[in-house]
Design a protein around this ligand. Structure first.
Ligand SMILES: [Zn+2]
Length: 118
């Protein structure tokens, strides 16, 4: 994915905010942080941001394009109900991500299924 100049400028603003959140270049007593300390703080915060961003994108459930069918009996399930969704917690490279799995209930089989997991 190519990052546009506009989005690079937005990222720079975010980087400045992250630096503020981390407390900047100096400890509270005025001594400068080492590069190692800065890197550890920055990595912890960017890992958190990565996890939060993935969680935000996981909230975007896919639009239904074709009719969903039960994988066992091929019946069309009852209309989708958010109560049939199931959260899944994934351990991603940058932290934990909670993914909402869109679920359906087949009345014939009397079971829930999740098309996104096959
Ligand atoms: Zn079924």
């Amino acid at each position: 994915m190519a990052i546009s100049p506009e989005n690079r400028a937005r990222a720079l603003q975010l980087a400045k905010e992250l630096n503020e959140i981390n407390g900047g270049r100096y400890h509270d007593d005025g001594t400068p942080k080492t590069f190692d300390e800065l890197e550890i703080e920055t990595n912890a915060l960017t890992d958190l941001l990565s996890s939060l961003a993935l969680n935000e994108s996981a909230k975007d459930l896919p639009k239904e394009e074709k009719p969903v069918r039960c994988p066992k009996c091929k019946a069309v399930p009852k209309p989708h109900d958010a109560d049939d969704n199931e959260p899944i917690v994934i351990q991603a490279a940058r932290g934990e991500v909670e993914w909402m799995n869109q679920g359906y209930y087949c009345r014939r089989c009397r079971r829930s299924f999740f098309p996104s997991t096959g």
